[in-house]
Design a protein around this ligand. Structure first.
Ligand SMILES: CC(=O)SCCNC(=O)CCNC(=O)[C@H](O)C(C)(C)COP(=O)(O)OP(=O)(O)OC[C@H]1O[C@@H](n2cnc3c(N)ncnc32)[C@H](O)[C@@H]1OP(=O)(O)O
Ligand SMILES: CC(C)C(=O)C(=O)O
Length: 383
């Protein structure tokens, strides 16, 4: 099964309210995405003006293995702006749902088809490779969607992007819709999902299962409203849950997620699947004990696979195995009784501080314990 990823961090990701990358950040992210292994980078929207065009030109000039594409409406000026960026690939997007056609465009379904025809002619006449986007496809009339898809194929589009623009699909409906389309038309399909119900990654997997050869994603799921399918989730879920290895340099995932978070002015949540700092941090005693005996007891894959490190965190939920392992790192071999006594102090401190404890704090607790331990434990220790 061949699946390729279109990364749209620099287009849909940047559409997240308040996110504004500068040229250097855009080029750095594009370089990182190329090294990571994406097949296509949707680099931005040239119609936004000269500043955006400069950034896209710089990405084109950097010479990537992957395709660099630009996003367009069915508008000649948009396509002219894309041409000015030197891209070879353009995406031409058209709203296809009744609500968007009527209220956003103020036009008819027929107008959309005619406009798509003209825009595609124009782009192809200028030597561009075109993919066509069906915006809000998940709320479109299926008969019209099919007519639109047939037109895209007739016009010579390389593929059709099925957009769940407002994130209203679940994995079951995604599978049904994409499988239906796949059966009806011989045209490569791409799936673009949003996360309004927290289902974007699951929907992307369902689309792949239904036969979509391309999926759209963004780093950490950055994007409009609740965001898009998160690239790192899609790539790792395909690999570990579906046995589809896209050949990504996944050990770069954490680094790029951290960079995109910084450039977006956002925190990367500790619990963010795949790349969050908590993903391989074990505090609970039973988990830490298991992970120390064999990491696979509580880890699906090794932390190094995504550029993270395993951490045994000492806090309110720790057990004695973790306490002993932590002190062994400082060359101190604790007895079971000593570990239990220190654990009691750890729990009290963690509740008071409302967090886990760092190494220095553990040493203080240990020193305090040595000062105040009962004579019985002290004599056992020294014998
Ligand atoms: C679901 C999505 O992600 S869609 C992509 C969203 N991306 C962006 O909006 C990128 C940033 N946008 C911009 O910089 C600006 O909106 C621009 C440059 C694209 C357009 O700016 P303006 O010309 O000032 O138009 P404005 O944004 O106010 O309105 C959008 C216009 O595009 C039209 N439009 C929207 N989508 C399409 C389309 N696919 N094809 C043709 N026309 C479209 C709207 O009907 C509206 O036209 P109107 O002014 O005749 O009513
Ligand atoms: C316009 C397309 C590609 C999009 O971002 C969406 O529909 O969500």
């Amino acid at each position: 099964m061949q699946v390729r990823v279109v990364d749209t961090t620099l287009r849909d990701g940047e559409q997240a309210p308040g996110v504004a990358f500068n040229l250097e950040e855009k080029v750095t992210i594009a370089r990182m995405l190329d090294l990571l292994g994406v097949a296509q980078i949707e680099a931005g929207t040239p119609a936004m003006g000269e500043m955006e065009q400069q950034a896209i030109r710089a990405m084109v000039r950097m010479g990537s293995k992957c395709r660099i594409s630009a996003w367009n409406r069915m508008v000649w000026e948009d396509i002219r702006a894309s041409l000015a960026c030197g891209v070879r690939d353009v995406h031409i997007s058209a709203p296809v749902s009744p609500i968007q056609i009527r209220y956003k465009l103020g036009q008819s379904h027929q107008w959309v088809l005619e406009r798509l025809r003209q825009a595609c002619f124009y782009a192809m006449d200028h030597g561009l490779r075109v993919t066509v986007g069906a915006e809000d496809a998940s709320r479109a009339d299926p008969v019209f969607l099919l007519e639109f898809a047939f037109l895209a194929r007739e016009l010579g589009a390389e593929r059709l992007r099925y957009c769940d623009t407002v994130g209203v699909l679940d994995p079951f409906t995604t599978f049904e819709r994409l499988a239906w389309l796949k059966e009806k038309i011989d045209l490569e399909l791409e799936f673009h999902g949003h996360n309004d119900f927290g289902l974007a990654t699951a929907n992307a997997l369902a689309a792949v299962k239904a036969g979509a050869g391309w999926v759209d994603a963004t780093i950490s799921g950055l994007g409009e409203r609740a965001g898009n399918a998160a690239l790192e989730e899609v790539v790792m879920a395909l690999k570990h849950l579906h046995g589809v290895d896209l050949g990504f340099k996944t050990e770069r995932l954490r680094e790029i997620a951290a960079y995109v978070a910084r450039a977006s002015g956002r925190q990367l949540p500790a619990w963010k699947p795949i790349v969050g700092s908590n993903i391989f941090a074990h505090e609970s005693g039973i988990h830490a004990d298991g992970a120390l005996k064999n990491p696979r007891t509580y880890e699906v894959f090794a932390p190094e696979e995504v550029g993270l490190k395993r951490q045994i965190v000492i806090g309110k939920h720790s057990g004695t195995a973790a306490i002993k392992a932590k002190f062994a790192e400082y060359g101190i071999a604790l007895s079971q009784e000593e570990a239990a006594a220190i654990l009691e102090r750890v729990r009290a401190a963690a509740v008071q501080l409302k967090r886990s404890l760092d190494d220095k704090e553990l040493v203080y607790l240990y020193e305090d314990y040595l000062l105040h331990r009962s004579p019985r434990i002290a004599s056992t220790h020294s014998s």
